[in-house]
Ligand binder design. Structure first.
Ligand code: 5AD
Ligand code: SF4
Length: 485
């Protein structure tokens, strides 16, 4: 009988990608997906450690899962419980100590070894069942051994992963780089994901082709520090940066209409990559470029390794290369030592640059990171108040950006059916959901859509010419500082 697998994913897109790959690893063992944890033979919590309360959320979810498992065991079934991802990496031993119901703890770099771990957990569970059947009392049952694998193994998991079994759909993620050597003083990623590693170009192109064969038209290249990419070139005699990789994928992967990449660091926004934005029409004119703060003093304390002026220069170059480019960013308020003047510098930078969409967070003290040891922590109430002011500004910019779309014609890649009969939902070049009446046959295709109206998070429009865009070429000048001024 087919076994059921339930994966709950927290956090970033890299985790979404990892969850899909864990499902691929487990498919040959007979595991297929379910969306009901109570019916699952195996549950994986793929966790995130970037901000606070993540670990607590995991422990409360584990409490709920224990009830599901007890119920299943009463019915003669079992459930393997695994904790994966960055909380597992950071707090593996603590998880096994505090939550003995957990069978497997695995870090982000070891999921290619899941079959081995599952075999060990299954053997232990079979031994318990046999003991129970032989009348051994609950207290004397052999313990669940708790498999812990949070190594950073020398072999790369990417060399050991099977091909994707479950198609990702019209838009797909592809991990090209992992880990981070930047050591921003607030961030756990260098500790949970390890050192920077780039996959070879050939391996990435092969995966991109498979994704397109499975129906993907848009691929988002993923990495914690994706523009630090430096992978082996196809002939293996050189290393390529992200700009070259994007050009290569655009030229050699037939049917790939849209390329995106995330998440970038301003430090690695090199001229060659900026030039790719001008040269490659498939590269979407929407870039997530976290700046975190508009104050040089705070950027320095964060170890971001660049000044505000450098960020301005990069944005100017990007806009010169691609005038319709829009930006999104990440911001942290209340980093230790942030004064009102530092915060106002962030607000001023946001006003100056103009962001289409952004993510903003209160600084969260992460154990083991250098900033956690700083003494001048900002009171919670001040962080709350600054976050509110920043978010009010960012939300206004988001609304302005969306409003400007009304009356323009945008290429929309349709992904799936909408809520109403005959309606499809797709994405604009700027990742805005767009609703339009269109036949199902348009799913997976790009059509020009005139934007007629908007709701809070999405646009509504009318297909004007279904065949106009073989590849996505956004209407020129849709969004630039000049257009908004
Ligand atoms: N506190 C608050 N925000 C953080 N981020 C990363 N670490 C922290 C932290 N300790 C934010 C940064 C990063 C995004 C993914 O999460 O803005 O760009
Ligand atoms: Fe974290 Fe900084 Fe690395 Fe981004 S660049 S993952 S914020 S350490």
């Amino acid at each position: 009988m087919a076994k059921k697998l339930f994966i709950k994913t927290y956090g970033c897109q890299m985790n979404v990608y990892d969850s899909a790959r864990m499902a691929d690893v487990l498919a040959p063992l007979g595991y297929g997906p379910t969306d009901d944890p109570a019916k699952a033979d195996m549950v994986i919590l793929n966790t995130c450690h970037i901000r606070e309360k993540a670990a607590e959320k995991v422990f409360s979810e584990l409490g709920r899962l224990k009830i599901d498992r007890d119920q299943r065991q009463a019915e003669g079934n079992d459930m393997i419980i695994a904790v994966a991802g960055c909380v597992a990496q950071a707090e593996g031993a603590e998880i096994l100590r505090r939550a003995p119901q957990v069978d497997i703890v695995l870090g982000p770099q070891t999921y290619h070894r899941l079959p081995e771990m599952v075999a060990r957990a299954t053997r232990a569970s079979a031994a318990r069942r046999a003991a129970k059947a032989a009348g051994v009392s609950r207290k004397q049952l052999p313990p669940r051994p708790g498999v812990l694998d949070t190594d950073f193994p020398v072999e790369s998991k990417f060399d050991h992963l099977p091909e994707a079994t479950v198609p990702q759909g019209v838009t797909a993620f592809l991990a090209i780089q992992e880990g981070c050597d930047k050591f921003c003083t607030f961030c756990v990623v260098p500790y949970t994901r390890g050192a920077e590693f780039s996959r070879p170009v050939v391996q990435i192109a092969a995966e991109a082709r498979r994704l397109v064969d499975q129906g993907a038209r848009e691929i988002t290249l993923l990495g914690q520090n994706v523009n630090a990419y430096h992978g082996a070139a196809p002939r293996g005699d050189a290393e390529w940066g992200l700009g070259d990789l994007i050009r290569y994928l655009a030229e050699t992967v037939d049917g790939l209409a849209r390329i995106r990449y995330t998440t970038s660091h301003p430090r690695d926004m090199e001229d060659d990559l900026i030039a790719a934005h001008a040269e490659v029409p498939q590269l979407m004119p929407f870039l997530h470029l976290p700046v975190q703060s508009g104050s040089d003093r705070i950027l320095e304390a964060m170890n971001r390794q660049h000044k505000v002026e450098r960020f301005r220069e990069i944005v100017a170059k990007l806009r010169a290369a691609r005038p319709d480019l829009a930006l999104s960013s990440d911001f942290i308020v209340g980093f230790p030592g942030e004064s009102e003047a530092d915060f106002l510098a962030t607000m001023a930078l946001v006003e100056e640059i103009g962001f289409a969409q952004s993510f903003s967070f209160k600084y969260s003290m992460r154990p083991g990171t250098p900033a956690a040891a700083l003494e001048n922590q900002v009171p919670e109430a001040v962080k709350d108040e600054r976050l509110q002011r920043l978010q009010a500004l960012l939300n206004r910019q988001l609304a302005d950006f969306n409003r400007q779309m009304v009356g323009t014609i945008l290429p929309v890649l349709f992904e799936k059916r909408g809520r109403y009969a005959g309606q499809l939902v797709g994405k604009s070049p700027y990742l805005q959901p767009v609703h339009a009446m269109a036949p199902d046959a348009m799913i997976g295709r790009i059509a020009m859509v005139r934007i007629d109206g908007l709701s809070h998070f999405s646009l509504a429009g009318t297909v004007t010419d279904e065949t106009a865009a073989a590849v996505s070429v956004p209407a020129a000048g849709v969004f630039s500082r000049e257009a908004r001024a």
